[in-house]
Write a protein that binds this ligand. Structure first.
Ligand SMILES: [Zn+2]
Length: 217
């Protein structure tokens, strides 16, 4: 499904390795709509270190637990440009694990329309129109740049996850009619999240935004 069509020069230099905050233990969970992290425009990763590697591992584990094929850092309330992908959703298929650090979609061609869902909006599905074939550049956990030309599911998943890094959700890209249909579910998510804030499970939006700012590299 993937084809490597070239390489880009790594900008992440190896001397950053293991210089920053070694493995601080952090409780991580997949946040649900309308958690403010899902509307945050994330900042580029500056260094690949032990903490980032453990973050990536934790993200894969959360993704597998939720039977997902992709998970963006915004979805675990981290304001960094990073997502993980395994289109088989199978932890045994390690070779299908891809880490995209600072991804950029540099070309889009044609279009496709299919149903999508999102781990931050459980049980909500809807058709989204997206580019057909894309070319994406990113860095892997080894700091090496790579470029992929993909279509179909891989293309759709990468566009969905890259959108997350800009605070864009798949419901934003639904047609007006499809959106009207799922609006009541969004209202339910909203009600639940506000109740959780009142109960102290989550801080206020302003406090969460402050935390995101503080965690920005
Ligand atoms: Zn999503």
């Amino acid at each position: 499904m993937y084809s490597t069509t070239g390489a880009v020069r790594p900008i992440i230099q190896p001397w950053f390795l293991s210089t920053v905050g070694m493995g601080t233990c952090r409780f991580m969970e997949i946040v649900k709509y309308p958690h403010p992290a899902l509307r945050w425009k994330s900042s580029p990763v500056q260094a690949i270190n032990a903490e980032l590697r453990s973050t990536v591992r934790e993200m894969f584990e959360l993704m597998y637990e939720a039977n997902g094929i992709g998970l963006a850092a915004n979805q675990v309330a981290l304001p960094i440009r990073l997502f993980v992908l395994n289109l088989l959703a199978d932890p045994a298929e390690k070779e299908e694990e891809y880490v995209f650090i600072n991804p950029e979609i540099i070309r889009r061609k044609g279009n496709q329309e299919a149903e999508e869902g999102c781990l931050s909006m459980p049980n909500l599905y809807g058709d989204v129109r997206r580019a057909g074939e894309i070319v994406v550049q990113a860095y892997g956990l080894d700091g090496q740049g790579f470029e992929l030309t993909v279509d179909e599911l891989a293309s759709r998943a990468i566009q969905h996850e890259t959108d997350h890094l800009d605070g864009v959700l798949f419901t934003d890209r639904m047609t007006e009619a499809a959106r009207r249909e799922i609006d009541p579910m969004l209202t339910d998510f909203e009600t639940l999240f506000r109740r959780q804030q009142e109960q102290g499970k989550f801080p206020s939006d302003a406090e969460i935004q402050q935390q995101l700012q503080e965690r920005t590299p």
